[in-house]
Design a protein around this ligand. Structure first.
Ligand SMILES: [Fe+2]
Ligand SMILES: [Fe+2]
Length: 379
């Protein structure tokens, strides 16, 4: 099945899911119409499982993200599905291949009942809620790390330092327009994926800059860590989490094509210099677009990471352009790391002030749901 066929299947699945829930509420579980809708939804799901072993539907604010991809259609089905999820307090559903027809119809029945406490996770249906309490507890336990967790953290720090030079190389080979090989960055991203699964507070892993010229690459590694840990906490995993790692590692690749004297100019920038720097988004996206082996998500990350949640920022794109959810995560990681770093024109800001600024920019610069999730991760 091609990609658009897969997308269509997801939309059809959602519309039959809604129809099933609505009809159970109107009639009963045994009504022939209900049975028909559930059967069709299940058949579509089986088709989807032929392409992917599992499918994750994730609610972020009012947007639905299926696997890696925000569903851009604002059709009535999506709006209704989002409201069904919200009513139930469910923000993430992962359906796993192996789910039986009975298991599926039981799940739909639980969803249709007005009592959301009956909706349960199972082996083939995993449900999630971005739970503030759970994340807080995870953060608290960081101060009392077990031996295994300490070892995990130390191991990750080692990988981070080792891979720092490979990121540098990757960027340099991109600058030289040579064939780009992301394999060096590969291990770093895979190790981070493993580390985040242990509920790691990403702040513990951030590298600090030793000299001014190290900024670009330290920043890249940090943005990668901060973006991946956000993504992991929202339920992205496996291949998607990996691609998000690559996208965040390449978000600023366009800066390679901006003269150094402008990038590290200590004083105030002229209007013209500012415009040149702002060009790094489009330059980076255009560059990655030509690279065969780099996931296309990285094109979006480079292009969109300075577009604000309210649609302002840069570059100015046509129409009602909505940045990809991954670009929105990169934007938070990017600004957070920039504020905590010493730059030729800026002293590092204290953590308290950084958090205040993020809080203030919720809903304007940043997606508010993502900011709250980010706070839960790092506090
Ligand atoms: Fe940037
Ligand atoms: Fe950046």
């Amino acid at each position: 099945m091609n990609k658009s066929g897969y997308q269509e299947d997801i939309l059809r699945f959602i519309s039959h899911f809604n129809a099933s829930v609505n009809n159970i509420r109107l009639y009963s579980m045994d009504h022939p119409q209900v049975k028909k809708y559930i059967r069709t939804a299940y058949t579509i799901l089986i088709d989807i499982f032929r392409v992917k072993k599992e499918m994750t539907l994730l609610l972020i604010d009012n947007d639905l993200v299926v696997d890696n991809t925000p569903i851009r259609s604002a059709g009535a089905h999506i709006v209704q599905f989002v409201s069904i999820l919200k009513e139930s307090g469910i923000e993430r559903i992962t359906l796993v291949a192996g789910l039986t027809g009975n298991g599926f119809s039981g799940f739909i029945r639980e969803f249709a009942s007005s009592d959301d406490s009956v909706i349960r996770s199972s082996q083939f249906i995993k449900l999630g809620k971005i739970d503030v309490k759970v994340k807080k507890e995870a953060a608290d336990t960081m101060s009392t790390l077990s031996k295994e967790e300490k070892e995990n953290l130390e191991e990750l720090m080692e990988v981070r330092d080792l891979k720092y030079s490979e990121i540098k190389q990757l960027y340099h080979s991109m600058k030289a327009q040579k064939q780009v090989d992301v394999r060096g960055v590969d291990d770093m991203i895979k190790s981070f994926i493993k580390g985040f699964a242990h509920g790691l507070n990403p702040i513990n892993l951030l590298a600090s800059i030793k000299s001014a010229d190290e900024y670009t690459f330290t920043h890249v590694v940090n943005v990668c860590i901060l973006t991946m840990s956000q993504a992991e906490s929202l339920g992205f995993k496996g291949k998607h989490l990996y691609q998000i790692g690559i996208a965040s590692a390449l978000h600023d690749v366009g800066k390679l094509f901006i003269p150094d004297e402008i990038i590290s100019k200590p004083g105030k920038l002229t209007q013209n210099e500012r415009k040149i720097i702002e060009g790094h988004s489009v330059k980076g996206a255009r560059y990655i677009l030509r690279m065969k082996e780099i996931p296309k998500l990285a094109v979006l990350g480079a292009l969109e990471h300075h577009i604000r949640y309210d649609g302002t920022g840069y570059p100015e794109l046509k129409g009602d352009w909505q940045p990809n959810i991954v670009s929105q995560m990169i934007a938070i990681a990017d600004v957070f790391d920039a504020m905590r770093s010493r730059r030729p024109y800026q002293e590092p800001k204290p953590m308290e002030l950084i958090l205040q600024i993020l809080e203030k920019e919720k809903g304007t610069t940043f997606n508010p749901v993502l900011v709250d999730n980010f706070f839960n991760l790092i506090k």
